[in-house]
Design a protein around this ligand. Structure first.
Ligand code: SOE
Length: 393
């Protein structure tokens, strides 16, 4: 069978997803053929250039027309968060499988509507997935497997941080990621969403309550002129930043553990530093995206005089996803997660199973984001997250 893909959007994430759609069928033995059919964007000239550069057969300017086409099987959404709900729900109702970038939506209400649409679609065999690609870094998948196997024992504490520094410069323009109506929130939703998802993924537990603070450090920025990269170049005049720059919060896990989260675009010198450390009563595991081919493992059950963190190189053919790539030690990078995402989505479609992370999991992250914002508005009071428990605030 051939699966024809339409990608809606063509910014930074469009480039990353295009690499995934192009690479996965060439490197992995996929159950179905994948065709990069059409890329959609509002600016006809720019989207035509994107199609030519990344290898999409066609370009188009109206996503509704593309979703209505009979020859499209998968809709891949890489637009800013303000259009995720509308496009995803329309695509699912049209019977298309959907891959949607993170965070799932800009609000809990939108995410709930999307999760409902996904559940209705799943009953008709239509699949959906959220683009938390870091789950598919082999070392992160392996970390999850090791925790599930019990090598760290009972999870007592997690430290998760995602630190970037691209907003330290006050002249960095007011890109869409800094505007609430487009992005929903700032560092919290953009990169905090990744560490919330990763914490829930690797521990197999849910965040049930949070206490946090969010802060906007630079409140006005130059309006955007031309745009490429994360923020483009400055134009004329200034505008208000309506999202957070930094989010620091504590979370409780349903297994009893405590998590410290930090999501910031003001960590001077840190470019894309995602770290997570899971501490249990038998051992600990740590991952650092800037050293993404390895894990640190501490085994408390080994003789006391030989204990110490040791490095596991996660590049062996026996490690998740690695066998399809290179021999051991021939390092993978940031873009490989986007190929693994395609592999898992296409495999799930062929097998008739639901891929992860589901829209319901995306909704669970959205609820945590929302709870952090409410906590911050109320002097960092604890806010419960679970859907069926009324929030304390
Ligand atoms: C920008 O902060 C960004 O591109 C995020 O939007 C991505 O999700 C993350 O992978 C890298 O940083």
């Amino acid at each position: 069978m051939t699966l024809r893909v339409a990608m809606i959007g063509y910014g930074f994430m469009g480039a990353a997803h295009s690499v995934g759609w192009r690479q996965a069928p060439r490197v992995f033995d996929l159950p179905d053929t994948v065709e990069m059919a059409v890329v959609v964007g509002r600016n006809a000239e720019a989207v035509t250039a994107a199609a030519a550069q990344w290898g999409w057969a066609e370009s188009a300017t109206d996503w509704r027309e593309v979703i209505a086409r009979d020859d499209i099987d998968i809709v891949d959404i890489v637009t800013p968060g303000d259009s995720h709900a509308e496009i995803a729900i329309a695509a699912l109702e049209a019977g298309k499988h959907v891959l949607c970038e993170k965070p799932l939506a800009n609000t809990v209400e939108e995410a709930e509507a999307m999760a409902d649409a996904a559940a209705r679609a799943a009953a008709r065999g239509v699949r959906s997935m959220v683009g938390f690609t870091y789950r598919r870094v082999p070392a992160v998948t392996f970390l999850r497997d090791l925790v599930a196997e019990g090598v760290v024992g009972r999870v007592q504490q997690v430290r998760a941080a995602y630190r970037q520094d691209w907003l330290v410069d006050p002249d960095m323009p007011l890109a869409w990621r800094l505007q609430k109506e487009h992005a929903g929130s700032g560092a919290l939703g953009d990169i905090g969403a990744h560490i919330i998802d990763m914490t829930q993924f690797v521990t197999g537990q849910s965040v049930t309550a949070v206490s946090g603070t969010i802060e906007t450090i630079v409140k006005k920025r130059p309006l955007q002129g031309s745009g490429s990269g994360l923020a483009g170049t400055a134009g004329e005049g200034f505008g208000e930043v309506t999202v957070d720059d930094v989010a620091i919060f504590t979370g409780r896990l349903d297994g009893g553990g405590l998590v410290s989260f930090e999501a910031t675009r003001f960590a001077t010198g840190r470019k894309n530093a995602l770290t997570i450390e899971v501490s249990g009563d038998k051992g600990a595991l740590a991952f650092d995206l800037e050293d993404l081919n390895s894990l640190q493992f501490y085994d408390r059950t080994s003789p006391e005089d030989r204990q110490g963190f040791r490095k596991i190189l996660v590049t062996d053919g026996s490690h998740p996803y690695v066998a399809a790539w290179w021999p051991a030690g021939h390092m993978l990078g940031y873009e490989h997660g986007f190929s693994h995402q395609v592999v898992d989505l296409v495999t799930a479609i062929a097998d008739g199973t639901d891929p992860h992370p589901s829209f319901a999991e995306g909704l669970s992250v959205q609820r945590v984001l929302d709870a952090v914002e409410r906590s911050s508005e109320h002097e960092s009071a604890w806010v419960r997250v679970a859907a069926d428990v009324p929030a304390s605030i």
